[in-house]
Design a protein around this ligand. Structure first.
Ligand code: GZL
Length: 329
């Protein structure tokens, strides 16, 4: 395949300033004569409605574009994702798409892809800065900005809370970019706004409803709910699981405790319409078509931005009912 020739010559002598062969700066002008691509996609898993919608968006977009998408469900297991990437390398795909479950532990396999002359594009989540030279671009959300949006609403909502705002936090998967950055952005704004707050507890619910409910039950057992002002859940599933736990404890979610969720699923908006939560920060999974455009540019050797953010909004209780019919997942 064309890529082997490029790999043989070595990236440094090729396409300088355009896109070197390999993961560092861009594509290798691979692909079929008809422009079709063989794409290897190592997805995080199927842990949430967001993830399912993201997989569907990418699979449908690849089909519509006439590309051959080799899809692997990583089952939220980094070792499975690494094995999938190595298999894609052995298959000599034209481009590898990785949605890294956590930020660290990718250097070796990304280097292997670069050595094989196969460009890597990150979809959704990111990797640690040290590995930034080993992938061409990331298409996904600005997770820190999502956290800042949540923090802005919380700072405004609780500004007059003289005795201090007591907060519970349900974090996403430990070590993942969305968990790290949604946390950082949220508290960055609370601190910048001078909100008087206390983090009563903060644990990971691994982005799943089951684990989110279990952690909320532990929060309730440990701290009780009286005097807890706000739950910040890093995704819908964990927030919805927590709502079940709050109701089973005899309290009224959305009233006795204010709740922020991130994603914006249909179920999340329905809970908002039902008055069970108070603010939704959208995280948009439907970037399949945009990803195909990025992959085609990368393989063609075009220069691409290192990060392409997807568009997403925020919604309060006055907007839930009107927005609910628009939700796609
Ligand atoms: C965010 C994505 C997160 C979602 C969760 O882009 O990585 O993972 O917010 C999903 O629902 O599990």
């Amino acid at each position: 395949m064309f890529k082997k020739a490029l790999a043989g010559i070595g990236a440094g002598a090729l396409l300088l300033g355009m896109a070197a062969c390999g993961g560092g700066d861009g594509g290798s002008e691979g692909g079929g004569d008809d422009g079709s691509l063989v794409i290897g996609f190592a997805q995080v898993g199927a842990e949430s409605a967001w993830r399912t919608a993201n997989s569907t968006s990418i699979q449908e977009a690849a089909k519509a574009a006439g590309h051959d998408l080799k899809f692997v469900d990583g089952q939220q297991d980094q070792e499975k994702q690494i094995a999938a990437v190595r298999d894609f390398i052995n298959q000599q795909v034209d481009v590898i798409v990785l949605a890294p479950v956590v930020e660290t532990g990718w250097t070796d396999v990304l280097q292997e892809a670069e050595d094989a002359g196969i460009p890597v594009v990150l979809a959704d989540r990111g990797v640690e800065a040290a590995d930034e030279a080993l992938y061409v671009t990331r298409l996904g959300s600005d997770f820190a900005e999502e956290g800042r949006k949540a923090g802005t609403w919380a700072a405004e909502t609780f500004a007059a809370d003289a005795d201090g705002t007591r907060i519970l936090e349900l974090q996403g998967t430990t070590g993942s970019a969305p968990a790290n950055d949604r946390k950082a952005g949220f508290f960055e704004v609370l601190d910048a706004e001078g909100l008087n707050y206390e983090i009563v507890d903060s644990q990971s619910g691994n982005f799943t409803a089951e684990e989110g409910k279990a952690v909320m039950e532990t929060f309730i057992t440990t701290h009780g709910l009286d005097g807890i002002d706000l739950l910040y859940a890093h995704n819908d599933e964990m927030g919805l699981g927590a709502i079940q736990a709050i109701e089973e404890a005899g309290k009224v979610p959305g009233t006795d405790i204010q709740i922020i969720i991130v994603d914006g699923s249909t179920a999340g908006f329905q809970a908002g319409v039902d008055g069970k939560l108070n603010y939704i920060v959208e995280c948009n999974p439907a970037f399949g078509p945009q990803l195909m455009d990025v992959l085609e540019s990368v393989v063609a050797g075009d220069e691409v931005e290192k990060f392409t953010p997807v568009e997403e909004g925020v919604f309060d209780a006055t907007q839930f009912e009107a927005e609910l019919p628009n939700r796609q997942f």
